[in-house]
Design a protein around this ligand. Structure first.
Ligand code: CO
Length: 193
């Protein structure tokens, strides 16, 4: 059954789709339409990344846009930003390097929740683009962090699993609230439009 990109919305915890391991996909026009919609949603919600499961699709795809700033550059050997939005299909991470850095992360599927997550500062990503071509990039800083965060989504992992116990405690009532909201609306993703 074809996916209507216009129907996609950002799913919130504890939607079970966020816990499922996503599946490898083939690049098709349908995937391209979904990717464009994901970029739109990412911008609408002012995020720097969005993964398939977050829009209700158990697909190994994510989009990102980590803009340049005073501290971040899209240039050079180890960019920490991007010139524009990118699409990563069936991504694989390798060669983590640099320091382990602790940084406060948020997530569009966990509104009002943030917590410090420890991640290596550098990583290499290999993925397919919408043109079906395989590419490899190495990134650092926020870009490398974003890739790792989005990659986690494809494996059903959330920042709740990665943050320290203290941060989990700090977010406990926000988590409860999300659980209550979800229980109240109880969406059935498979039938929802
Ligand atoms: Co997220």
């Amino acid at each position: 059954m074809a996916v209507d990109p216009a129907s996609l919305i950002v799913k919130h915890y504890p939607d079970p789709i966020l816990r499922r391991k996503a599946e490898t996909i083939t690049v098709t026009p349908e995937v391209a339409g979904v990717a464009r919609r994901m970029i739109e949603l990412m911008h609408e919600h002012e995020g720097i990344g969005l993964a398939g499961p977050q829009v209700g699709l158990s697909w190994r795809i994510f989009v990102s846009y980590v803009p340049e700033s005073e501290k971040r550059s899209a240039e050079g050997e180890l960019p920490s930003a991007e010139k524009g939005a990118s699409v990563y299909i069936n991504p694989v991470l390798s060669a983590p390097g640099g320091e382990l850095v602790k940084f406060e992360e948020g997530c569009l599927s966990l509104p009002e929740i943030t917590g410090a997550v420890l991640r290596p500062n550098e990583i290499t990503i290999t993925a397919f683009g919408l043109d079906g071509q395989k590419f490899t990039r190495r990134g650092s800083g926020l870009l490398a962090r974003c890739w790792q965060h989005e990659m986690d989504h494809l494996d059903g992992v959330l920042i709740l699993d990665r943050m320290t116990q203290i941060h989990r405690m700090k977010n406990r009532s926000a988590v409860r609230e999300l659980e209550a909201e979800w229980a109240a609306s109880h969406p059935k993703p498979a039938n929802r439009r």
